[in-house]
Every structure is written in C-alpha cells, then in structure tokens.
Design a protein. Structure first.
Length: 136
C-alpha cells in the first residue's frame, strides 16, 4: 500500500463521521502537504476495490456528492435526516435476519449490504411538532 493510500485510509478510520473526497483531501494534506485531489480520488477508488472503505451517497442530502467511511466487520443501516442532514448509523439484528432470509430464499452469499434510509430525525420531528402550523 502506498503512503498516500495509507494516510487516506487512516483519515477515514479516525474520522468518526462520513467524509467527502474534499474533506479527506483537506485532512490528509496535514500529513502529506503536496497531496493532489486527483490522487485522493484514485486512492479512494483503490481502497474501495480492496474492501477497506465504503462509498455512500447518504440520500444525496447535500447534492450529488459521495461520502466515504472505513468498512467495519458489521453491516449497518444509514439514516439521513432530510431536514438537518444528520446521519445515524443503525446496527440491528433485524438487518442480519433480513440478509440471512434473502440469502436462503434466493441462494445468495451476501458479502456487502448497504441500506440507506431518509426521513426526519427525532430531534427535527419534535421541533416540527412544536411549530404551530398555519391554518387556512
């Protein structure tokens, strides 16, 4: 693995949040000042192919950009609030059961599962419910 790929993988591993390519580039440049954005894109593609990171669109909340995260050993669901943009990662045994049911029913071997949900988070929903609605 090249030094650039290692730094980019480390940035995503330590991020604790989903980063777009520009933010990965900004953080990686702290260790590699001469790093080019094109190198970040190529490295992200390579790390995806190696199964080290995942690429997500997170319901395209902020446009058409893609986000990246370090791959974990447990699949999880991403919920993006379409009001505030917050992202919640959900791990549940129900998701594991669903994957097993799909595998059994269709003779598949699922290697990666991504599920993205969009809606309104609890915080935004409670604010919505407290806001008086205009009446006609």
């Amino acid at each position: 693995m090249t030094r650039q790929r290692q730094v980019i993988a480390d940035v995503l591993q330590k991020a604790g949040e989903h980063l777009d390519a520009a933010e990965v580039w900004r953080r990686a440049r702290q260790q590699l000042p001469g790093l080019h954005l094109a190198t970040v894109y190529r490295s992200l593609e390579s790390l995806k192919k190696l199964g080290i990171i995942d690429e997500l669109d997170l319901m395209h909340y902020r446009g058409t950009g893609h986000y990246y995260e370090a791959r974990t050993n447990k699949d999880h669901i991403h919920f993006t609030c379409q009001r505030c943009g917050g992202v919640l990662e959900i791990q549940t045994s129900l998701f594991e059961k669903l994957k097993a049911q799909i595998e059994g029913r269709h003779g598949l071997a699922i290697r990666v599962a991504r599920l993205e949900l969009g809606g309104v988070c609890g915080s935004c929903a409670s604010t919505e419910n407290k806001t008086p609605h205009a009446t006609a």
